[in-house]
Write a protein that binds this ligand. Structure first.
Ligand code: ARG
Length: 572
């Protein structure tokens, strides 16, 4: 697509000798108010360099740009040059790109096939997959989609929490109180009960903790019974997780979680030893991080067993070898900030220059109205329940409103899940929030269903416009675009024009909410256009031009929703 900002910078460069092309490009702004132009150039810096009043410079520049075909109008307002792109040029560019590129519109090949690992979701087996996990799952999925759209070769990894001393406890608990059928019936709920009971009884029975330690060390040595049980707990848990992933429409390329690295720890210890980074402390091995104002990282315990952080170091080393990544992204809660700072610093201390390519992408906490979520206290909301209730609620609304759908189950699933995902992605990821059933089941206002509905409305217009018109609308080269110059149409076109930059910015900042908010803006602008303008008029040329913009809006909303991991039904 034509890059107006670059073209403008090029024009300005012809008249400005005091600043470099790159500096000028950086200074070109998009004004908040569209009455101030589509682009603006502030003259304060030039005023200093030229020792001249900024208003005078703005006036001179505006005069020089006046005759240029790219602009419909150029004005000097105070110290600014305000530039309005020629409407016809902008409209033709937008329609040609959006309709020509279709499902690829907004994407690019800037990634040039470089590998980006996106690690997300990563729940702990035998523990509830709760509302807290939705954040990593949904944000990570969107970041993956955005990077793939920008031409990177992404690898989606679920770093399952499937290893650690807690499995010693679970094995002992199962041996004592376990029933196979119960686990098969409701794996996570049952395993969690065993685990809780273990903790309760261990308070009075000191022998239990020793038994658990023994069981875990047997598991580490590959003991047949322990390994068998652990494998079974893992398989049963994964069955439950898979149900949720299926509802969300989310996939992974690898489930290599913590246990995958259990036989790859030697390398970590060796590397740390070679660099002289390990210190002994009470029989345990640590890396001292005092110099960087961090507490020491515990690498092995007294009994030689490794820890969460050791496995993260092993995983990073393995991934660098296996994937030779350009970037290795971790979508993990901000509670783990210190953990990530610690181990990424350790990678750096190992002399590995790719430490900087490992990026922790944190997000805020979800709490419940009655407090922080606590598995032990039974204060937990299961993700699967949230998704199913959202689907149920949608089904009720669809029935109430007599929504036009040929497949009720499918629509209820698409819209219910879309509502949950959108609500998750519409706020800045770092913000904490309180989970509320009312909020998640509210479909009014700037919500996922509102966007999906706007998309379906666009689809319906195109259907009603008839095949031949829609086909002509899809070839914007020969349309009379003057019909799209009224304000609401032109504002919509400008938002569509910005979509590729929005995707780029969301990728750079690892912030899917930037896409979410822009899609809201487009849906709102589209609805305004729909209300202000009579689209399906009898004037064929006008109808075709307008439907062309409808098609471009529909495509952009669809692509935006796709990046967020939300489906865009044709009817609802
Ligand atoms: N399983 C962990 C948890 O639920 C998240 C894992 C994050 N990823 C990582 N590489 N440490 O808290």
């Amino acid at each position: 697509m034509q890059n107006f900002k670059k073209q403008i910078a090029g024009k300005l460069e012809e008249h400005i000798t005091e600043l470099s092309g790159a500096e000028i490009l950086n200074m070109v702004e998009i004004p908040q108010e569209s009455s101030m132009g589509d682009y603006a150039f502030p003259c304060f810096r030039l005023a200093k360099l030229m020792r001249k009043a900024p208003t005078a410079i703005a006036k001179e520049l505006a005069e020089k740009l006046e005759g240029c075909a790219l602009f419909g109008k150029v004005e000097a307002v105070n110290a600014y040059v305000n530039m309005f792109i020629d409407k016809e040029i902008l409209l033709r560019t937008v329609l040609t790109s959006a309709l020509g590129e279709g499902d690829r519109f907004g994407g690019s090949d800037i990634g040039a096939g470089r590998k980006v690992i996106v690690e997300y979701s990563s729940p702990n087996i035998a523990k509830p997959f709760h509302i807290g996990h939705i954040r990593s799952t949904v944000i990570g999925n969107a970041i993956n989609n955005i990077y793939a759209f920008l031409g990177y070769d992404t690898v989606r990894i679920n770093h399952l929490g499937d290893y650690g001393t807690q499995f010693g406890k679970l094995i002992v608990a199962y041996r004592k109180w376990g029933k196979k059928e119960d686990v098969e019936q409701a794996p996570i709920k049952t395993l969690l009960e065993y685990y809780t009971r273990f903790h309760d009884e261990a308070e009075t029975d000191e022998g239990l903790a020793d038994e658990a330690r023994l069981a875990f060390s047997k598991l580490e040595q590959g003991g047949a019974e322990e390994t068998g049980l652990w494998q079974w707990f893992r398989d049963e848990s994964l069955k439950e997780f898979s149900r949720v992933y299926k509802l969300l429409g989310i996939d992974f390329d690898s489930y290599a979680g913590e246990s995958f690295y259990s036989d790859k720890m030697g390398r970590v210890i060796d590397a740390l030893t070679d660099k002289g980074l390990l210190e002994e402390s009470d029989g345990a091995l640590i890396v001292n991080l005092e110099e960087w104002d961090m507490p020491p990282a515990l690498i092995t315990k007294k009994d030689g067993s490794t820890l969460y952080i050791t496995r993260d170091i092993a995983a990073a080393l393995y991934r660098k070898d296996e994937y030779s990544f350009h970037k290795n992204l971790y979508i993990v809660a901000s509670q783990q900030n210190l953990h990530f700072r610690q181990w990424i610093k350790i990678i750096e201390l190992l002399g590995l220059d790719w430490a900087d390519d490992c990026v922790h992408i944190p997000f805020g906490l979800v709490s419940l109205e009655d407090g922080v979520m606590s598995t032990r206290a039974g204060r937990v909301v299961f993700l699967e329940d949230v998704l199913n209730r959202a689907i149920e609620r949608t089904r009720e609304i669809v029935k109430e409103k007599n929504v036009n759908t040929d497949n009720m189950d499918e629509t209820a699933r698409q819209v219910g899940i879309g509502a949950v995902i959108f609500q998750e992605l519409s706020n800045n990821r770092i913000k904490d929030y309180v989970f509320s059933w009312d909020k998640i089941l509210n479909f009014e206002g700037e919500t996922g269903p509102y966007i999906q509905y706007s998309h379906a409305r666009a689809s319906s217009l195109v259907r009603k416009g008839g095949e031949p018109t829609a086909a002509a609308a899809g070839r914007p080269e020969s349309l009379d675009l003057s019909y799209l110059e009224p304000e609401s149409a032109f504002e919509l076109a400008k938002l569509i024009y910005r979509f590729p930059d929005i995707v780029l910015e969301a990728g750079e900042k690892y912030e899917p909410s930037i896409v979410a908010r822009h899609v809201v803006d487009i849906a709102q602008a589209f609805n305004k256009f729909y209300h202000d303008e009579h689209i399906l008029t009898d004037n064929e040329a006008e109808k075709t031009a307008k439907l062309s913009l409808v098609l471009a809006a529909k495509q952009t909303i669809k692509n935006g929703l796709f990046l967020l991991g939300i489906e865009a039904p044709e009817r609802m």
